[in-house]
Write a protein that binds this ligand. Structure first.
Ligand SMILES: Nc1ncnc2c1ncn2[C@@H]1O[C@H](COP(=O)(O)OP(=O)(O)OP(=O)(O)O)[C@@H](O)[C@H]1O
Length: 431
């Protein structure tokens, strides 16, 4: 085993995180950014042969240029790269956890709701990649990292392909045999539906602890992918919802046109199953929460990336009717997005208005930080669901998110101002 380097470039190396076929991944420390990073360094033995070296340098270059464009909460961010270094390396966002490979054996499967949530998040990450014209080509559990908190991040864009490219692509059989789509095996042209097939294999494996196409050799596996029906999920895990088996089967269809037409359709099918699961209160999956935020008028102009950031920044609460969300005269450091239900707003005992789901409440503490005292009392008129966001969290959010919130607040305040003016006009005419 090779000794661990003390440093790579400007990064201090703490320990080895893992090894793949192309490189070793180290945990490093970026003292400039005061953060931990993952450094993926190409194996030196792959660089000794001139021809091989060119291929591996191209893999790294591919990942550096493609992953460098991607910014999504469910994709590992590329932070830096040195292609000229010997050996070359990439610096990636560090995910403190393990890959999904750990959850592919029958004795260590994740709960069904979490598996659905993972697949849902992958759909979003891959839809985002598709919009940038990318097909990942190597979707497999080893390339999906799960943090200790349960966040999921897709990585390894080394073999990704640009669908609209006029530049030369990495060619030849690319991917991992057990997860390849039938068209990938045939080396036919690929679309996002090839990644969809691979995600179907991952989904099956996370649910069953077995792969849908099992062969004694890569060749036998590839033959089954091309020619045989997948194993039956209903037979392996009969307690799973029957609809779920149908969703997985659709993703695993031999012909791309028989799979879901787009990632949104696949994601919606997963959400429908997730919603039908019996669940304990408070255990709503992130995917379902995301869909509910997506439907709120206040967040209409938010991109998916901004919505995920919003969801992660806030705390989700279900509160019974009668709850006083905020009281006039008392200090506050948060505002709320009303996701479900109705609240009444009053001041000095006078009822001012009634607000329906889809608006923000108590945002003045964010907009006017020098005055943190609430100017009105807000009470739940029905059972409500809110996303509570601390002003401080929004101040530390990405610039893009802050701009989106500012715009949404302005739109809301203008609407309220118009409504108040109308009320005043009616009041005047009554006099
Ligand atoms: N960003 C990261 N944060 C934390 N750990 C990581 C990160 N990237 C990779 N690792 C760890 O390093 C291991 C090896 O990563 P690598 O991407 O080289 O492996 P692989 O996908 O199994 O192999 P290959 O590159 O051959 O497809 C992973 O299984 C994971 O445990």
């Amino acid at each position: 085993m090779n000794a661990i380097p003390a440093s790579i470039g400007k990064y201090r190396i703490e320990r080895e995180l893992g090894r793949g076929a192309t490189g070793t991944v180290y945990l490093g420390y970026d003292s400039f950014g005061s953060r931990r990073v993952a450094i993926k360094q190409t194996h030196t033995h792959l660089l000794s042969d001139e021809r091989q070296a060119t291929r591996y340098r191209r893999l790294l270059h591919n990942e550096a240029t493609l992953a460098g464009q991607l910014r999504h909460p469910h994709i590992v961010a590329l932070l830096d790269a040195d292609e000229a270094a010997d050996p070359p390396y990439l610096v990636l966002e560090y995910v403190d956890g393990e890959s999904l490979e750990a959850f592919t054996t029958p004795d260590n499967l994740l709960p069904l709701a979490e598996v659905l949530d993972i697949a849902y998040k992958c759909c979003h990450a891959l839809e985002y990649a598709q919009r940038l014209g990318l097909v990942h080509r190597d979707i497999k559990p080893a390339n999906l990292l799960r943090s200790r908190e349960g966040e999921i991040k897709l990585t390894d864009f080394g073999t990704a392909m640009v669908t609209s490219a006029d530049r030369t692509q990495l060619s030849g059989l690319v991917g991992s045999p057990a997860y390849m789509s039938p068209e990938q095996i045939r080396e036919a042209s690929l679309t996002h539906q090839s990644d969809m097939f691979s995600l179907g294999v991952v989904l099956f494996e996370l649910l069953a602890g077995r792969r849908p196409f099992e062969g004694d050799s890569d060749y036998a596996t590839i033959f089954k992918i091309g020619n045989e029906a997948p194993l039956s999920l209903t037979v392996i895990r009969p307690e799973l919802p029957a609809d779920l088996a149908a969703v997985v089967d659709k993703a695993l269809a031999k012909q791309p046109q028989d799979r879901y037409a787009n990632w949104g359709d696949f994601a919606s099918a997963l959400v429908a199953i997730s919603q039908a699961l019996p669940k304990k209160p408070r255990q709503t999956a992130d995917g379902e929460r995301f869909e509910r935020l997506r439907a709120l008028p206040f967040l209409r102009d938010f991109t998916d990336v901004a919505l995920w950031e919003t969801l992660r920044m806030g705390q989700w609460h279900g509160l019974p009717r009668g709850t006083v969300l905020m009281r006039e005269g008392s200090p506050g450091d948060s505002f709320y997005l009303l996701v479900q239900g109705r609240v009444s707003v009053s001041r000095k005992g006078w009822s001012l208005s009634s607000l329906e789901a889809g608006v923000s409440i108590g945002e003045m503490v964010y907009l006017q930080p020098e005055n943190k005292v609430r100017t009105a009392t807000v009470t739940a008129e029905s059972d409500i669901v809110v996303l509570k966001i601390r002003s401080e969290s929004l101040k530390q959010a990405s610039d893009e998110l802050q701009i989106r919130f500012d715009k949404a607040f302005i739109a809301l305040l203008v609407k309220r101002l118009i409504a108040t003016n109308q009320q005043l006009a009616e009041y005047d005419s009554d006099l």
